[in-house]
Design a protein around this ligand. Structure first.
Ligand code: C2E
Ligand code: MG
Ligand code: MG
Length: 636
């Protein structure tokens, strides 16, 4: 109740937004009012001149002098107020205090003018409309807090009544009329105030929705873009360099899974506020999910210290998970060249994000600055994405084959198909480069479908020529299972072919994705008679879990197990154990990356079924492979 009354009477505090809104509304009212007063006073001055010149009315010199003075003073005051309010609305906002001082002085003068003129009229037995008009203008058109309105109106009416009564006593009717006008004026001003306040608060709500991120309360991208565009234009004109930062909370998904969405959201809110506080000199916003951006107008900004602080905050919040802030930094070009444009905000975002992405696997690096090297990498990536279809049509993508050796006999028992992109612009692109880009942009299934097509074509060729082709394994990306019905595509492509010729390699990371979808596809392919191999075993995080839930025909032991062979004492027992595990689970074992005879001998001695590596052959073209076989370099 008390709260309600406080609000109704205008004792509650106003937000900055509401204050600005009411100031603006008051300035508009003051501008209209002063324009009207200017018009009336100018007309009165002209009329008085006409009285002097043409002696229209019989007025004394005294009357003319007093009134002329009054009109001129009011004209000057109204003009000053008009100019002030016009400048406030069009050119430059002033502080709330300045606005209140101007409005109060103007209101006081206007009310005094109204009281004085009407008092003169009253003493001559005329109407008192000047007073009523001025009071309505300054107390009802301009918005005051209700308790202020009450004070001003009571004072104005009181002074006016006292003045009039001192001249000669008012009639009962006049007293009643004055009283009702006073009550009406208070009611109008209170209702005007409440209406304005509601409008302002509603507007503030809408403004907040459109400029703030719903979850974290910091700026959203729409608002950020507007502010950043302004900063960019400014920096461009003054040839200054800005620093743009992109933040990504690495491993946030795990945190969400472990602690649930509510705590995940709480963490995002805390980080948002921390980022906003840390970069308070500039603009910050939430871009999406766990991604944030900041823009500061300083090239030599000490971002290192701020990033360290943010990482410290993150460490306090991470709980049992491992969280890390990954930051990409881009310095704008800054230089103003004739005819050039300031940089686009999307471009800044793109570059800083790319820089952040480039340190994905580096646990000891928390930020990266976008430079020429990254620029070149990004260009190549873009090129790969936009030229995949052409590369397929123009035959720039080829299949190289790497032999797989039966460890026991030392003879080639199958081949692995590995994609190569021989580009007219960039030359030979490595799978390490284009596979990652195609996966990132979810285009990898196009390549894999094409490779399966090429491999099946080669096998059919061999069969038609009366040869006995070797089985070929193709690599499938984890995303293939999400992006298309890869099992169906493989079944369709191999129609009429014996299933033993095509082998499927699935990487371990594939299994950390959509488990059931992938499990179904693997099961379907095995039922159809294809061999399905688990590639790069041991390179991921859930190797043993994978074996618990899925069945494979063969396990490809990741080549990193052989790195440091001969130096690392632990390697041998680990490899032995993996091979034993394969035996228990009824799977064959294949070791990748065999480069030395020593490695080969050891693998053979512990019962590894197959081996693959540079010791036998690098991946080569189909033609080179044939030559190698024909020359007897590799027994088949
Ligand atoms: P992966 O399937 O594990 O293929 C083995 C990679 O190891 C190949 O690299 C091969 O050239 C290399 N390699 C073989 N023996 C040795 C050795 O003795 N020493 C060393 N240092 N390396 C050896 P490549 O061809 O660059 O392929 C890299 C990865 O790209 C492949 O790893 C595979 O995951 C992926 N990839 C290649 N082609 C395709 C494709 O058509 N589709 C998909 N989805 N992925 C592919
Ligand atoms: Mg492979
Ligand atoms: Mg592999």
């Amino acid at each position: 109740m008390a709260e309600k009354f406080k609000r109704w009477a205008g004792f509650d505090p106003h937000s900055q937004y509401v204050r600005n809104y009411i100031d603006s509304s008051n300035m508009k009212a003051a501008m209209c009012m002063s324009f009207f007063v200017m018009f009336v006073e100018a007309w009165m001055i002209l009329r008085t001149f006409a009285i002097i010149l043409f002696k229209i009315e019989n007025r004394s010199q005294e009357w003319i002098r007093t009134h002329m003075c009054l009109y001129v003073v009011m004209l000057i005051i109204a003009t000053t107020m008009f100019v002030f309010s016009y400048r406030y609305l069009r050119v430059k906002k002033r502080s709330h205090k300045t606005v209140m001082i101007w409005v109060s002085i103007y209101s006081l003068i206007s009310a005094t003018f109204g009281i004085y003129v009407s008092f003169l009229d009253y003493t001559k037995g005329e109407q008192i409309l000047s007073f009523i008009t001025m009071v309505l203008f300054v107390e009802c058109l301009i918005v005051w807090r209700p308790y202020v309105s009450f004070v001003i109106l009571t004072a104005s009416f009181g002074v006016f009544y006292a003045l009039c009564a001192s001249a000669f006593p008012a009639t009962v009717a006049t007293k009643i009329n004055l009283f009702t006008t006073w009550v009406a004026a208070i009611m109008i001003s209170v209702s005007n105030y409440n209406q304005r306040l509601n409008e302002a608060q509603k507007d503030q709500g809408l403004e907040e929705i459109s400029t703030h991120d719903e979850l974290t309360g910091i700026s959203n991208m729409r608002h950020f873009r507007k502010r950043a565009q302004f900063m960019l234009q400014n920096a461009f004109e003054h040839e200054r360099t800005l620093t743009f930062m992109f933040f990504d909370i690495e491993n946030f998904k795990t945190y969400n899974e472990r602690y649930g969405f509510i705590r995940g959201n709480e963490l995002l809110c805390k980080m948002a506020v921390a980022i906003k506080d840390e970069f308070a000199v500039g603009e910050t916003a939430r871009l999406s999910d766990d991604h944030f951006v900041a823009l500061v107008d300083e090239e030599e900004y000490a971002y290192e210290k701020h990033i360290e602080n943010l990482n410290r905050t993150l460490k306090e919040l991470e709980g049992d998970t491992y969280l890390r802030l990954r930051v990409g930094i881009y310095h704008t070009e800054g230089m103003k060249k004739d005819g050039s444009e300031p940089e686009d905000i999307n471009l800044l975002c793109d570059r800083a994000r790319f820089a952040a992405g480039s340190i994905k696997q580096m646990a000891d690096v928390s930020y990266c600055i976008y430079d020429e090297k990254l620029h070149e990498q990004q260009r190549r990536k873009r090129y790969i994405i936009s030229h995949l279809d052409n590369a397929v049509v123009d035959g720039h993508i080829q299949v190289y084959y790497q032999p797989i050796i039966d460890a026991e006999t030392g003879k080639v028992c199958s081949l692995e198909a590995l994609a190569r992109w021989n580009d007219p612009v960039y030359g030979l692109l490595s799978p390490g480069e284009f596979i990652e880009a195609l996966e990132e942009f979810r285009l990898i299934h196009k390549l894999d479908k094409y490779v399966v097509d090429l491999v099946c074509g080669d096998i059919r060729d061999e069969l038609e020529n009366g040869k006995h082709p070797l089985p070929v394994s193709v690599n499938l990306s984890r995303l293939d299972f999400e992006l298309c019905d890869i099992a169906k595509i493989i079944i369709d492509t191999t129609k009429g072919l014996d299933r033993k010729y095509l082998v499927i390699e699935v990487t371990e990371s594939a299994l950390s994705m959509n488990q059931s979808q992938l499990g179904d596809a693997v099961g379907k392919l095995r039922e159809e008679g294809f061999s399905v191999w688990l590639d790069d075993f041991g390179s991921g995080y859930s190797s043993l879990n994978v074996l618990k839930d899925y069945s494979f025909d063969l396990l490809k032991i990741d080549m990193r197990f052989l790195e440091g062979f001969g130096k690392n004492e632990n390697l041998r027992p680990i490899l032995e154990t993996i091979i034993e595990l394969c035996e228990v689970l009824n799977m064959k074992a294949l070791a990748e990356g065999v480069e030395t005879q020593q490695e080969y001998d050891f693998l053979k001695s512990i019962g590894c079924d197959r081996v693959q590596g540079y010791l036998f052959s690098k991946p080569v073209t189909r033609v080179d492979l044939k030559t190698m076989f024909n020359e007897g370099k590799l027994p088949v």
